[in-house]
Write a protein that binds this ligand. Structure first.
Ligand SMILES: Nc1ncnc2c1ncn2[C@@H]1O[C@H](COP(=O)(O)OP(=O)(O)OP(=O)(O)O)[C@@H](O)[C@H]1O
Length: 304
């Protein structure tokens, strides 16, 4: 297994620059998540890695060879499954295409193993039309993982699933990747999926790599206001003084009763309350009432 290297890759569509001089290494045997605002170039990058599109500038290589179609397996949010084939046949399909060099027994073993790992072995004989959304997506993932390739690519595979289902599948994916030492590139809108899965997270902004790091590093030391805003679970508090910008998360803001700020709105977040005041937002374990006077104390401030 070899590292995937993206070197000085740019992709233009007419006047639009979808990717601008992107360089990145995806270490073999690890998961790299690619996150970023809508339109930042995530899907464009993944299509280049899959060999479905070519860069206008730069190279994508695996080890010391330029990557080509077939070196990677791609799983989409709505992996198109063949409705006339059952689960087993759908998963075996990519291997059957190569049947000339894959013996029947090898195919059987590989398909059984993958169905087992994704906990869909009992569904092997079911028709695709008889599956739930989550089960279908497990079949789509199985059909990518059944292939023996250098890198597995995922484009928003959980986009249409509810959070609990997505969490279960993400946990299984992580287990499979770690036990087999596979290399994954995983594009997602979901920060929590990226945090749960990835060894390395790449933040793309406007077609450029804005920051690369582990989850904690990105959350605690965002390089730009845009990254801090993107990664904050709730709307950041921002103060501008000339060119200097300070920002702090509502989660890092303590709220006490009495003071110069007035509570304007209160939203229940599940376990805590988002309290919006005339002097900024705070997340509090205690409930405050609209109209109350409060004081906000910042526990951690980012300066940009
Ligand atoms: N085939 C195309 N023709 C023209 N412009 C394109 C094409 N594909 C992508 N773009 C543009 O390139 C930019 C990056 O698009 P891309 O789909 O890669 O972003 P994304 O980060 O995946 O977005 P989203 O999160 O919304 O899926 C966007 O401005 C998009 O409009």
């Amino acid at each position: 297994m070899a590292d995937l290297s993206i070197e000085h890759v740019s992709r233009f569509f007419g006047d639009a620059t979808a990717l601008n001089d992107v360089s990145l290494t995806v270490p073999s045997g690890s998961i790299t998540a690619i996150i970023g605002p809508s339109g930042s170039g995530k899907t464009t990058l993944l299509r280049l890695l899959a060999g479905l599109d070519s860069p206008d500038e730069g190279t994508v290589s695996i080890g010391n060879k330029i990557a080509k179609l077939g070196d990677t397996a791609l799983c989409f949010q709505d992996s198109p499954l063949y409705p006339h084939l059952n689960v087993w046949e759908n998963v075996a399909f990519p291997l059957k295409l190569k049947a000339t060099n894959a013996a029947d027994e090898v195919v059987k073993k590989r398909v059984s193993d993958v169905l087992e790992m994704l906990e869909i072995a009992p569904l092997a004989r079911r028709k695709i039309t008889e599956l739930s959304g989550g089960q279908k997506q497990r079949v789509g993932i199985a059909r990518a993982l059944v292939r023996d390739v250098e890198v597995y690519l995922f484009d928003e595979p959980m986009a249409h699933l509810d959070q609990a289902l997505a969490r279960d599948i993400v946990a299984d994916l992580r287990k499979i990747q770690q036990s087999l030492g596979l290399t994954f590139v995983y594009v997602t809108h979901s920060k929590s999926e990226a945090f749960a899965l990835a060894d390395q997270i790449v933040v793309l902004v406007d077609g450029q790599v804005a920051q690369v790091g582990e989850a904690e590093e990105l959350v605690e030391k965002p390089k730009t206001l845009e990254i801090a805003e993107f990664l904050s679970p709730t709307e950041l508090n921002v103060r501008r003084r000339g060119d200097a910008v300070e920002a702090w998360r509502p989660e890092d803001t303590q709220l006490t009763r009495g003071g110069t700020a007035t509570v304007e709105a209160v939203t229940y977040l599940g376990r805590e309350w988002l309290v919006q005041t005339t002097e900024g937002h705070a997340v509090s374990e205690e409930k405050f009432d609209v109209g109350e006077s409060v004081t906000l104390t910042q526990k951690k401030v980012f300066s940009f």
